[in-house]
Design a protein around this ligand. Sequence first.
Ligand SMILES: NC(=O)c1ccc[n+]([C@@H]2O[C@H](COP(=O)([O-])OP(=O)(O)OC[C@H]3O[C@@H](n4cnc5c(N)ncnc54)[C@H](O)[C@@H]3O)[C@@H](O)[C@H]2O)c1
Ligand SMILES: O=c1ccn([C@@H]2O[C@H](COP(=O)(O)OP(=O)(O)O[C@H]3O[C@H](CO)[C@@H](O)[C@H](O)[C@H]3O)[C@@H](O)[C@H]2O)c(=O)[nH]1
Length: 434
Amino acid sequence: MRLSIIGSGYVGTTIAACFADLGHDVVNVDIDESIVETINVGDAPIHEAGLDELIAAHAGPEGTGRLRATTDYDAILDTDVTFLCLPTPQNDDGSIDLSIMEAGATQLGETLAEKSDWHTVVVKSTVVPGSTEDAITPILEDASGTTAGEAFGVGMNPEFLREGTAVDDFLNPDKVVLGADDDRALADMRDVFDPLVDRADAPVVETDTRTAEMIKYANNGFLAAKISLINDIGNICKEFGIDAYEVAEAIGLDDRIGEQFLRSGVGWGGSCFPKDVAAIIAAAEEQGYEPPVLNAAVDLNDRQPGRLVDLLAEHLDLQDARVTVLGLAFKPGTDDVRNSRAIPVVEGLQERGATVTAYDPVATANAKASLDDVTYADSAAAALADADGAVVVTDWDEFAALDEAFDAMANPVVVDGRRIIERRDGITYEGLTW
Ligand SMILES: NC(=O)c1ccc[n+]([C@@H]2O[C@H](COP(=O)([O-])OP(=O)(O)OC[C@H]3O[C@@H](n4cnc5c(N)ncnc54)[C@H](O)[C@@H]3O)[C@@H](O)[C@H]2O)c1
Ligand SMILES: O=c1ccn([C@@H]2O[C@H](COP(=O)(O)OP(=O)(O)O[C@H]3O[C@H](CO)[C@@H](O)[C@H](O)[C@H]3O)[C@@H](O)[C@H]2O)c(=O)[nH]1
């Protein structure tokens, strides 16, 4: 099928490259010219395992030609289905900010006014229940001068990929959720996903758009709360001198609990969990319901970075100390620092009078835009040399291999927020929950 993908960020670029690999003809539409140029020379605009190869295979000079990018919305006219992969950030009160989606839907609708045959629009972005039906569809109707169900159909297909493993997650999904209130839109969505579903043997959930929207928030809310619960239990373990990871391994053997997402530590960050949990709480409150468990999950998550800083302060006076922060990305495998726990950790250290030297294998450039007064080192060893203390915020594999670098610290105190450093003689080592 011929697909257009509006928004070529972490989700839009990944799904475009994967759909091209599955045999579709795909065009990415983005307002950022540098992203468009990067894709068209066959490179990935983001750091994501396996993405370079897929883009080179389909968009590069020697590629299949099944993937290209443009800033011109008219490219949509030569496609059958459009995915909206635009950002859905949060307002100051935590509620969803749909303004970028609304702007994209307006441009899409104006373009569809020129199209004579049927078109299916799929909302891929994470949006609160009712957004597709009550906000996006009316904009498409107004801007195109046509009616949903007649000239075009609208569906909602939430995305569950994780950054760092985005390509693999997209190509091997646990489930595919197709939300539609229109039979033709649903039929088009089935055709788009058939090659993926066949290949991955993935279960397909067909439902209406509001339920599809809610499934995404339920998924993220559940996972975020699961991590907060293991952090709560981990904090108790620490008080008793018990290893929370040993406890987690045992409880994870119970199929009803499951072994995944039981890594306790400095908490959940990223572009999704914090904003999505905030958005569904705000949406629930607007309906008159205050969700106590999700609120507690956020509250606990907000406290973990402070606990990390407090633990370091038990071992050294932070005033004028030089502290090394290992890891800036919100998780390993990505250059994304949006809502990374590194941000409150660095700010907490600075508030207590410490000066911070940081190192991350790939996220330094992005971190520079979010953090002030930080010295960035070119290697973990350089960051650790002569430091008065160190904290670990991201579980990059390369940190597990560090050994002698700790001996070059002025005072080898290490507080590990991610259980990645080996405890050994010669280092004063503290785990956050073990
Ligand atoms: N990042 C993830 O891992 C992930 C996973 C699942 C779902 N989601 C959801 O997917 C959506 C997109 O997230 P993302 O992380 O890919 O965002 P992103 O910020 O990485 O990318 C968005 C892209 O949209 C472009 N853009 C902005 N306005 C535009 C316009 N009017 N027309 C065309 N392009 C425009 C930007 O230039 C940018 O390249 C969000 O709703 C997010 O919650 C994200
Ligand atoms: O046991 C765990 C697992 C994760 N994390 C942290 O949780 C955050 C999120 O990690 P992860 O879920 O792996 O990455 P994301 O890319 O944010 O993916 C989440 O958010 C996406 C956007 O909505 C969804 O598509 C994914 O299904 C959902 O896992 C990171 O800070 C991790 O360090 C933990 O602290 N402990």
